[in-house]
Write a protein that binds this ligand. Structure first.
Ligand code: FO1
Length: 308
């Protein structure tokens, strides 16, 4: 079994490549749920849905979130009542949140509901929420105010300086069903090219998870989400710099050094490989920019082979 710690878009693209090179039934995905929010009374789980839609073939390639060919009639109708419409929920995407919310209200756990949605999209892989307990990324802005992750990310278009990040609920969160086993029993653990600070760290903040990954360090490989000093999508590069890390593949390797034995970095960063290795992490250089599913499949293959 291959177990992937996953955030949103970057992880979903790597997974789309991975299922081309291994049997999807041999893949478990431990996904971030700290971006989740309740809006209009609906439980919304962006990273679970991004992985589901991408592997299910329904994803919107342009945005990376939501569904392709979406319509927005519900949002337009909601405008009549004054919103809120800052977080855009397409008409078909709404069905996912309605289903999730209804099932949770009936008493089903998030892992069960996620499995139902994944089965409906026939994604093949086992998609596991990192926790079923409430876990929320909170962002302290430069002016000292603290906001929820989506308010920062979508509401403010992540265009404001960040002073600190914390994961509300982490201390008492329990790993979701199957999460620790998926890490412990995996042949290889992959940390996807997701934002280390707000997509992967919340998974690792669930008590027991980072310890389980650290125990598998020699079988764990991370793919750098930073290429040539920049994030391919989102604010990871600025966030790393603002929070005192180096915004480079070296900075990512340092961040994960106790957890991963190997890092995969992009060819444009080949000259950083010696510095990554000097930090005690083996380094493999390949194309990591997943323009096409074929490149993603090649990256997934190299990533698995990187574990010596
Ligand atoms: N991202 C946006 O930039 N604007 C949106 O209006 C928005 C809506 C949205 C709805 C459902 C969903 O699952 C994701 C959505 N996202 C939106 C993306 C998402 O909030 C972030 O990309 C992730 O949380 C970061 O991993």
């Amino acid at each position: 079994m291959i177990t992937v710690l996953a955030g949103g878009v970057g992880a979903a693209r790597l997974l789309r490549g991975l299922v081309r090179v291994v049997d999807p039934r041999d893949v478990a995905v431990v996904a971030n749920v700290a971006d989740d929010l309740v809006l209009h009374g609906l439980n919304i789980s962006p990273d679970l849905d991004t992985v589901t839609y991408t592997l299910g073939g329904g994803d919107n390639a342009e945005t990376g979130w939501g569904l392709a060919g979406e319509t927005w009639q519900a949002m337009d109708a909601l405008d009549r009542y004054g919103g809120p419409t800052w977080f855009r929920l397409g008409d078909r995407d709404l069905a996912t949140h309605l289903h999730r919310t209804g099932r949770l209200a009936e008493g089903a756990g998030l892992a069960q509901v996620t499995a139902e949605i994944a089965a409906a999209w026939e994604i093949g892989v086992r998609l596991l929420p990192a926790t079923e307990d409430r876990l929320r990324t909170m962002v302290t802005l430069g002016d000292g105010t603290e906001v929820g992750f989506q308010e920062y990310f979508v509401g403010m278009r992540h265009d404001v300086p960040v002073a600190a990040i914390r994961f509300d609920g982490a201390a008492s969160a329990r790993p979701g069903p199957g999460v620790l086993e998926a890490i412990t029993d995996a042949e290889t653990v992959v940390i996807a090219p997701s934002n280390p600070l707000v997509s992967v760290d919340p998974i690792l903040a669930v008590p027991g998870v980072s310890e389980a990954v650290a125990d598998r360090r020699s079988s764990t490989v991370a793919v750098s989400p930073i290429v040539g000093g920049a994030a391919l999508k989102g604010p990871a590069d600025r966030m790393l710099a603002e929070l005192g890390h180096e915004s480079s593949a070296v900075g990512v390797a340092r961040h994960y050094r106790d957890l991963v034995g190997t890092m995969v970095i992009d060819v444009v960063d080949a000259d950083l490989a010696p510095e990554v290795e000097a930090g005690g992490v083996r380094c493999v250089v390949t194309d990591t920019v997943m323009h096409t599913p074929e490149v993603a499949a090649a990256l997934a293959k190299v990533t698995l082979e990187a574990i010596a």
